[in-house]
Design a protein around this ligand. Structure first.
Ligand SMILES: Cc1cc2nc3c(=O)[nH]c(=O)nc-3n(C[C@H](O)[C@H](O)[C@H](O)COP(=O)(O)OP(=O)(O)OC[C@H]3O[C@@H](n4cnc5c(N)ncnc54)[C@H](O)[C@@H]3O)c2cc1C
Length: 555
């Protein structure tokens, strides 16, 4: 309504100004008698013209996404003859996948519960490794025109000290860096781009269940916007319904852990101490993040350990943020932070961790958060999803048809191993860093936390190595383990230098044992063999089914 009022006001202003100009012109030409009449006539015409121009532009923009849907219906009729892939959910993973497979000529039916612009506190910082994947998939323009901010690295703060850790981008094009933005704007751009392909049919609807026959997924049952229950079929269904997935149960063995929640706020008029950097405050009890999401807004995410957070409605949350969190922030941020708390738009989100544990099922695949989740501290979720899509595209590209569900399912097992270097590096680092960055009453873990901060402050390979792992620029699990234990050994060295004592030796031993207890369970959940020796997994070498390869099939 406000936008409409503004447009009317602008149109009126244009009309009045045009009438005034016309009047002045006519006065100047001495035709005083007719001037008022002519000026009013010109003014009237310009009112109509400006109303027409402004309203048609406004309507085109607001109808944009609804139009996407109806255009797609036309396309689907044009593309009669069936769907190759059904995609459930048009979030980050679903819309990127629809575009990727659609541009490869697959006929896609993508069903999304809500096509309006999402307003969420998730997926707002894309790591440079994720940006490289966007380029690989041809989606890099989706971070243009949304006031996205370039991110060049991180700044870490601990007890009044701070250090900067830059992404190692020297070997890349100047355009490559992290990007931060409003998640909803990014998703809308990807949805628009996918729906612009003649092969993609994007529809609003809620998927209710998978349709299975003799153990093979044949399609989905969904409710359309009119409330009608419909069925749609395809040889492959990819479920990308996000972290709260209802459909993943039959496709994986979900073991979801919720170590903490993020409390989200938007700070306005806030100048971060290190522009174009993500800020991580190693606070008590757990980390706090800040990063710009537009040229005027900064996202703050406060980690609160456990599944429950203080109540927002009762005011306990505001009190917690004012009394416990604010005093631990750099002075420069405290003011805008308190203003944001006062404004009260406080959102919360559970931070879920779920290792990938697929139950291969003919006719279906899982992708995105429905498949695999890690702690969002390091902002790795979108990078993993985009890297998975790049792997999937490479696997599917040589296949002419996807109809042999069981051979396809067997072949797709390669996906679970091929994705491991990127996914397991990012997942393991996210889980391990979160544990190291949380405050602990245990002296050995306090030493580990300090050692990590000091190690990253050393610069050179000590900072570029870990940040290259975190950002997806160097997805090597072995390098991750080496850096992790280098931090632990560095911590022990600091303890023993210059005067080792039995007590310090003991503390050092506990530090190493604590570090092992952090990282080894995460590695075990990721799968030691797939993570470190992927080429010993038979599925790694799976060749595409011969009768499905392009050029091999008679169809
Ligand atoms: C607090 C928090 C902060 C995060 N910050 C970052 C970050 O900075 N950087 C980063 O890379 N990652 C971040 N992540 C992770 C990131 O948000 C996810 O990895 C990413 O959004 C996963 O994409 P997705 O497509 O799987 O899920 P989503 O983007 O959530 O999309 C799922 C889609 O499926 C739709 N859907 C659900 N059910 C149905 C149904 N039954 N029928 C039809 N449609 C359905 C939903 O409407 C939605 O559009 C964060 C996560 C959290 C929790």
């Amino acid at each position: 309504m406000q936008a409409r009022a503004l447009i009317v006001a602008i149109a009126n202003a244009i009309a009045i100004r045009t009438a005034q100009a016309a009047h002045e012109l006519i006065m100047w030409s001495t035709m005083e008698h007719h001037s008022v009449v002519i000026a009013v006539a010109i003014g009237f015409v310009s009112v109509l013209l400006s109303y027409y121009i402004i309203f048609s532009r406004w309507k085109r923009r607001s109808d944009g996404l609804r139009g996407m849907q109806s255009k797609s219906f036309e396309k689907s009729t044009a593309a009669e003859g069936g769907t190759d892939v059904i995609i459930v959910g048009a979030g980050v993973a679903g819309s990127a996948l629809a575009y990727t497979l659609g541009k490869d000529g697959r006929r896609i039916h993508i069903i999304e519960r809500d096509l309006s612009e999402p307003d969420r506190i998730v997926g707002e910082l894309l790591q440079p490794g994720g940006y490289l994947k966007l380029i690989e998939l041809g989606l890099q323009d989706c971070v243009e025109g949304i006031d996205a901010q370039r991110i060049m690295g991180y700044a870490l703060f601990k007890e009044g000290k701070d250090t900067k850790v830059a992404y190692p981008l020297e070997d890349h094009h100047a355009d490559v860096s992290g990007r931060s933005f409003h998640n909803g704007r990014f998703i809308q751009r990807m949805r628009e781009k996918a729906a612009s392909l003649p092969t993609v049919h994007l529809e609003q609807g809620t998927v209710l269940s998978l349709i299975e026959k003799d153990g093979v997924v044949k399609g989905v049952k969904y409710k359309s916007t009119s409330g009608e229950e419909l069925e749609t079929f395809a040889p492959l269904t990819v479920v990308c319904d996000g972290c709260f997935s209802n459909l993943r149960r039959s496709l994986c063995n979900p073991k979801v852990d919720v170590p903490s929640c993020f409390v989200g706020l938007v700070l306005e008029d806030c100048k971060l101490p290190h522009p174009n950097h993500g800020h991580v405050i190693l606070a008590d009890t757990s980390p706090i993040l800040f990063y710009p999401i537009s040229s005027t807004e900064v996202r703050c995410l406060v980690d609160v350990p456990g599944k429950k957070v203080p109540s927002v409605a009762s005011g306990d949350m505001a009190k917690y943020l004012q009394t416990v969190v604010a005093p631990q922030l750099p002075r420069q941020i405290q003011g805008p932070f308190l203003v944001a708390v006062e404004k009260g738009n406080i959102r919360t989100m559970p931070n879920k961790i779920m290792p990938a544990s697929p139950l291969p099922r003919p006719g279906a695949l899982l992708l995105g958060d429905a498949f695999n989740m890690r702690h969002p501290l390091t902002g790795g979720g979108m990078t993993v999803a985009l890297a998975d899509i790049a792997v999937l595209e490479r696997l599917l590209k040589p296949l002419h048809n996807l109809h042999d569900a069981s051979s396809l399912c067997e072949y797709m097992e390669a996906f679970y191993t091929l994705r491991k270097p990127v996914a397991s590096t990012i997942n393991t680092l996210a889980g391990a860093l979160y544990k190291v960055f949380c405050a602990s009453p245990d002296q050995a873990m306090k030493e580990m936390r300090q050692a990590c901060f000091d190690y990253l402050s050393l610069g050179g390979v000590f900072s570029s190595g870990p940040v290259a792992l975190l950002s997806g620029l160097n997805p090597r699990p072995l390098s991750l383990v080496l850096h992790f234990f280098a931090v632990a050994v560095y911590g022990v060295g600091r303890l023993l230098y210059p005067f080792p004592s039995p007590k310090r030796f003991w503390l050092g031993a506990r530090l190493i044992s604590g570090a092992s207890n952090i990282i080894f369970p995460i590695i075990k959940a990721e799968g030691i063999r797939q993570m470190f020796f992927p080429n010993t997994v038979p599925a790694y070498y799976r060749a595409p089914p011969v009768h499905s390869i392009k050029g091999e099939s008679g169809s």
